[in-house]
Design a protein around this ligand. Structure first.
Ligand code: IMP
Length: 195
């Protein structure tokens, strides 16, 4: 079955394609389709935003869709950046702008800076909606290290590791990440439903 993944984020595309590789599902992203439609993320939760993206892309293509909404939640910042992780330092900001903003906000606060990445993954085909969530726990460090991955990866060290996600290779990230967990669960659900 062909499924459109409602994202232009190349980091996410690479991760999710690897998860569905070898399954009965063929993943084609908005990036592959050259479609840069922008869905306003007006929801208050990851789940609401994931559904908004899935529904907008389904309404456009009338094909089964996968979407996720994800972000970073830092304990000492009361769960921020949360649902506004992508635009924490302002509209059109870079990943680096966001990392520097988080580092600055944590400067005066005692270590460790506990945090988690969360992902809600959704499948929607106009009839069925299936949803699964995943988390990755760790700490934020106050310098950026490594060049792999995207977003907050250079400042996040997963529990049990000494390297930031940006210092891990792609396969390692894709074994432990929040997105790997949510999409693995969703893949299980879709396989069982025999869609
Ligand atoms: P979304 O595209 O609306 O789900 O926004 C996700 C944002 O959360 C990204 O732009 C990143 O800032 C952050 N984020 C989500 N997943 C990851 C990850 O795996 N690594 C680093 N940052 C992430």
């Amino acid at each position: 079955m062909k499924i459109i993944f409602a994202t232009q984020n190349r980091g996410k595309v690479q991760e999710v394609k690897a998860i569905f590789d070898g399954s009965q599902f063929e993943i084609i992203s908005l990036y592959d389709l050259g479609n840069n439609m922008d869905v306003e993320e007006t929801g208050a939760t990851f789940s609401e935003n994931a559904f908004l993206k899935a529904k907008a892309v389904y309404d456009h293509y009338k094909e089964p869709v996968l979407a996720d909404d994800s972000g970073l939640m830092i304990e000492q910042l009361d769960g921020r950046p949360g649902v506004i992780s992508a635009r924490y330092a302002g509209e059109n900001c870079t990943y680096e702008d966001n990392n520097l903003k988080v580092i600055e906000e944590l400067l005066e606060l005692p270590e460790p800076h506990k945090a988690k990445f969360v992902s809600t993954a959704i499948f929607y085909d106009g009839k069925n909606t299936f949803e699964a969530a995943g988390e990755l726990h760790g700490i934020i460090i106050k310098e950026q290290r490594g060049t792999n991955g995207f977003g907050y990866d250079p400042v996040f060290i997963p529990d049990g590791y000494e390297k930031t996600i940006s210092e891990l290779d792609f396969e390692e990230k894709n074994k432990i990440s929040h997105r790997a967990k949510s999409f693995e669960k969703l893949k299980e659900i879709l396989t069982q439903k025999n869609l």
